[in-house]
Design a protein around this ligand. Structure first.
Ligand SMILES: Nc1ncnc2c1ncn2[C@@H]1O[C@H](COP(=O)(O)OP(=O)(O)OP(=O)(O)O)[C@@H](O)[C@H]1O
Length: 439
């Protein structure tokens, strides 16, 4: 296969406008892409990603502007020449009749096979290689139409690779694919860029995946490319929320994940962090709709960061130093307001002695403490106060025990309110007017 040198500009778009008929969808697009780079197009449904890709594939005429491919005018390039430089994988369903998977992949050799379209030994080897690259050698003899969507996608990708292109345009290349195939196809594309120097432009819907694989992202919205550049710069939480009008869910650029917005109808719970010890509990409790608070988390502690991403109230302190009295007091207040405390089982060292003390105070003060710590370790840490601790073997056990405790609490409160109501109806007590009014 070709090994084009990296760092050469393969595609340059200047003031490009694309659309349907005379109706522009995207205007003023200025982008350039170098060989060996992966550009992800991101944007909400209907933003114009497909329209841009179809225009670059010459399936739609441009409305205005210039595009150069490998230094030549894209619009003026003969189609056979274009096919030797650029391959296109769109979402249109391919219906190749009775053709087998190998023959479909071999269609990628047509730009190279002269008038009669005969494949020589080298063409055949290139098709075999392309199938091997996408892990589809075992599918070669199968009839294309009888393959699953994921298998078809691999063959279509092999067809593009058999073209030995310098640039591949892909519209949602992982749509319909299961997790395994999604990762495989993404890995193949990434490898193409890295080892073969092929440039890739792909429209994508998974921001987290784009952040992982792309060298460049272009954010498309409201008829324009609103920002482009390395995902590490462009994909901030605010940018992603703005791009998709997210109200609630948020993208965490450091973790590269999207977290659903804070629900928080239950609780609140105070969770002690500790270098990742609390991560599982924070995620599960967030999913179970608890309002969370957390502290003292030292900057750089993944638990503190995750808690923030989940919308928790977090008391943060500088790294590698004992927290100030004010930070400890802030935690004490959050613990007072919390319905219960979760001990993540954090490793106790010099820096988080304050957290150990706060946990001990909470247990001594009668706050319900749910602990993921082995009992003997908790007894050593909490002394007498360990007696009231509710032991949990893992996060699921913790969530179950919290739910049961909350249920019991609600029943107790209901029984108490029933008793108060009975007393009121019997003609006494402070609640009498309200009880009568409710009756
Ligand atoms: N053939 C067409 N004729 C007229 N308008 C079209 C045509 N195809 C798409 N459009 C319109 O062009 C706009 C951009 O559509 P496009 O398919 O490019 O968006 P997209 O970003 O790829 O969306 P999605 O993420 O949903 O695939 C939309 O408003 C769409 O309705």
């Amino acid at each position: 296969m070709n090994h084009p040198a990296n760092n050469q500009t393969i595609l340059r778009l200047e003031n490009l406008s694309v659309g349907h008929g005379q109706t522009p969808v995207l205007a003023g697009v200025n982008l350039s892409l170098e060989s060996g780079r992966f550009l992800a197009l991101l944007g909400p449904n209907g933003a114009g990603k497909t329209t841009l890709l179809r225009t670059l594939a010459r399936l739609l005429p441009p409305l205005a502007g210039a595009a150069s491919l490998a230094g030549q005018n894209l619009w003026a390039m003969p189609m056979d020449k274009l096919a030797r430089i650029q391959a296109v994988v769109l979402t249109d369903r391919l219906t190749p009749g009775l053709l087998g998977a190998w023959e479909v992949a071999a269609l990628g050799r047509h730009p190279f096979t002269g008038f009669f379209g005969r494949l020589n030994a080298q063409d055949r080897r290139i098709v075999d290689q392309a199938l091997e690259m996408v892990g589809a050698t075992h599918l070669a003899a199968r009839r294309f139409e009888r393959l699953s969507d994921g298998e078809k996608q691999k063959i279509v990708l092999a067809r593009a690779l058999a073209q030995q292109p310098r640039l591949i345009l892909l519209d949602e290349p992982t749509v319909h694919l299961d997790l395994k195939h999604r990762l495989e196809v993404t890995t193949i594309l990434r490898r193409l860029c890295r080892t073969m120097g092929v440039a890739v432009i792909a429209s994508m819907h998974e921001v987290d995946m784009a952040a992982r694989v792309a060298d460049q992202v272009a954010l498309i919205k409201n008829g324009a490319v609103i920002d482009h550049g390395p995902p590490e710069r462009v994909l901030s939480g605010a940018a992603v929320s703005g791009l998709y009008d997210l109200d609630g869910p948020r993208y965490d650029s450091r973790l590269g994940v999207i977290e659903l917005g804070a629900g928080g109808r239950r609780g609140p719970l105070f969770v002690f962090p500790g270098g990742g010890a609390a991560a599982g509990a924070l995620k599960l409790l967030h999913k179970r709709d608890y309002a969370l608070c957390c502290g003292v988390a030292h900057q750089g502690d993944i638990d503190g960061h995750l808690a923030q991403a989940l919308g928790a109230r977090v008391v943060m302190a500088p790294p590698f130093a004992a927290p100030s009295a004010a930070k400890q007091e802030a935690c004490r207040q959050l613990i007072d307001q919390a319905w219960a405390v979760v001990d993540s089982g954090f490793a106790v060292g010099q820096i988080n002695q304050a957290n150990a003390a706060l946990l001990r105070q909470a247990a001594e003060g009668g706050k319900p403490v749910f602990s993921l710590r082995p009992p003997e370790e908790a007894r050593a840490l909490l002394g007498q106060a360990a007696q009231g601790v509710i032991w949990c073997v893992d996060e699921l056990d913790l969530a179950g025990k919290l739910a049961r405790r909350a249920h019991r609490g609600a029943e107790d409160a209901e029984a108490k309110s029933d008793a108060t109501g009975q007393r009121a109806l019997a003609g006494g007590g402070e609640d009498e007017p309200r009880a009568r009014a409710q009756a």
